[in-house]
Design a protein around this ligand. Sequence first.
Ligand code: ADP
Length: 216
Amino acid sequence: MNIIFLGAPGVGKGTYTGKLKILYGIPHISTGDIFRENIKNKTELGRDAEAHIEKGELVPDELTIGMVKNRLAEEDIQNGYILDGFPRTIPQAEALEKFAKIDVVVNFVAAESVIMQRLSGRRICRKCGEIYHIKNIPTQVEGYCDLCHSETYQRDDDKPEAIKERLKVYEKQTKPLIDYYKKKGLIVGIDANSEDIETIVATIRSKLDEFKQKPA
Ligand code: ADP
């Protein structure tokens, strides 16, 4: 299945995908991760994207769309994929339709207070990108990744000013996608307020199974 994960920043998309890609064996394509990788490697795309990301703004559509189009031309997507963080605007969704066939859109919903708490406590491994949270998903040794033992850090855009901007951008530019995909009959809703990640992942799986069995 070709799946889109939709939802506000901090709702947990990256965390759930991390678990699901292991279960389904399909690639997890996170536009945020691809941008961060490019920034780390100082590529031209990274340089163009960095200024926008730091401020909590979206990277311009033409850059983002081209990047996803190239990624979806790779061979490992034959058995499906999870798109996390794309599309984030209506023009991105319209462009995507021209080069991909999406089967289902999972929309995650959580209260704003939950989202703020998740974003401000989030820590990322500098090397492998594993996601932690100072309270909900603490590392065994403070400040170091459980998996590869590298240092963890707080993303610049997880600092208060950028968080506020990202939530504003979400409301204005990304939320309209819920209706867009509802009209196409592709939306599956998930309540992501719980801090019990395994339960949320189990719910996603059973809802995706149900969706697959539904006659088109
Ligand atoms: P989160 O979901 O926590 O906001 P991501 O890692 O998905 O974070 O994205 C980080 C940043 O990368 C976004 O705030 C935005 O600046 C940029 N970005 C990611 N995906 C897109 C996209 N589809 N369109 C434009 N900008 C994007």
